[in-house]
Design a binder for this molecule. Structure first.
Ligand code: SAM
Length: 328
């Protein structure tokens, strides 16, 4: 049975960041020069991360998502996937990626046991893609999507962070993809995470506004259950669409009643809440020889310390680490 936190929420999901490095510099996520990188020594080895996942599985966690930084920039990822896939109790193993390096790795990842991918994509326009990511190529993402489909890493969910003045003109294009290509698209509110990322309140487009724009163009959205592995987003469908539209509304929704997750950063910090800088240090214990029981204990403590709500509305502080450093 998955554990419950002190507010009765089931916690069955662990996000594991395998690196804080990224091959892109999305302008709303990282400053141009990137962020201070952790040294190789500071980053957990795959064996250490796998021990954490084994401990998580033993306390009842069933879903694992690999993230970063960009997980595909870390060498040997398929071997790590194989380690995790063989852990009893993990029945959903997925990855969040920008997709640009997926073409060369999708088949190996699927063969190693990865089930599915989420692809972060904020625009369907090649020039905009290059400017929003500072240098990325949208063609690489198309190749990655094709490879993920061919390898069976499905259902693919597309994550779109909506930022006023940057890509809010792309909303209807993404919504259309749910009608024409069966895409599962999730619109995410831009959150004030990390200093130096240019976050301003006017830039964050509330989910209600995204929804109105879609309904003005295509008609009503009907509530539906989400595709496999759905978390805190709420899902809808346009009439006649095979794909779904989800909304992740951390800013406009004041509470987190369906939060089901913990995060481990690449440098071994266990983070009970994305939007709260309180962390537990797993690396020190691991490097002093901590075994499964100690890690299970820390995971249980972290679950019990999850706050009921984030506190973004109280002060809207810039958080210490960027999304790429935490593991988005
Ligand atoms: N490189 C991978 C990727 O692109 O999916 C994984 C890491 S990336 C940090 C994870 C997700 O966080 C992406 O979908 C990105 O758009 C999102 N993200 C980054 N900064 C954000 C912010 N301030 N608010 C909301 N989402 C953000």
């Amino acid at each position: 049975m998955p554990p419950r936190d002190s507010f009765g929420r089931t916690i069955d999901y662990l996000r594991v960041s395998v690196t804080d490095r990224c091959n892109l510099r999305c302008i709303y996520c990282m400053p141009p020069a990137g962020v201070e990188k952790r040294s190789h020594r500071e980053v957990l080895r795959y064996e250490e991360l796998a021990l954490i996942v084994r401990a998580a599985a033993e306390i009842g966690i069933t879903k694992v998502r690999l993230t970063g930084g960009e997980p595909l920039v870390r060498l040997g990822l398929p071997e790590f996937v194989r380690m995790i896939a063989s852990i009893p109790g993990i029945d959903d193993l997925s990855m969040t990626t920008n997709g640009t390096l997926l073409a060369g790795q999708a088949a190996a990842l699927a063969e190693a046991g990865l089930h599915r991918v989420n692809i972060s994509l904020d625009t369907l326009d090649p020039e905009r893609f290059a400017s929003m990511t500072r240098w990325g190529s949208l063609d690489d993402v198309w190749a990655g999507i094709a490879a993920a489909r061919a390898a069976g890493l499905t259902p693919i969910k597309f994550n779109v962070v909506v930022i006023r003045g940057l890509n809010n003109d792309q909303i209807t294009g993404f919504a259309r993809k749910t009608l024409t290509d069966g895409w599962h698209v999730r619109f995410i509110e831009w959150m004030p995470i990390g200093s130096d990322t240019g976050w301003v309140p006017e830039g964050a487009v509330p989910s209600a506004e995204v929804r109105s724009e879609i309904e003005r163009e295509f008609g009503p959205l009907h509530p539906v259950g989400g595709p496999e592995g759905s978390g805190p987003s709420r899902y809808y469908q346009l009439g006649g669409a095979e794909g779904t539209i989800g909304f992740i509304s951390a800013l406009s929704a004041h509470c987190c009643p369906s939060c089901n997750r913990l995060r481990v950063t690449a440098d071994g910090r266990l983070r009970p809440c994305l939007l709260d800088d309180h962390e537990f240090d797993l690396r020190v214990g691991l490097r002093q020889g901590a075994g499964l029981d100690t890690i299970k204990n820390l995971l249980t403590q972290a679950i019990q310390s999850k706050p009921s709500c984030h506190h973004l509305h109280e002060a809207l502080p810039p958080h210490g680490r960027t999304m790429a450093q935490i593991g988005g």
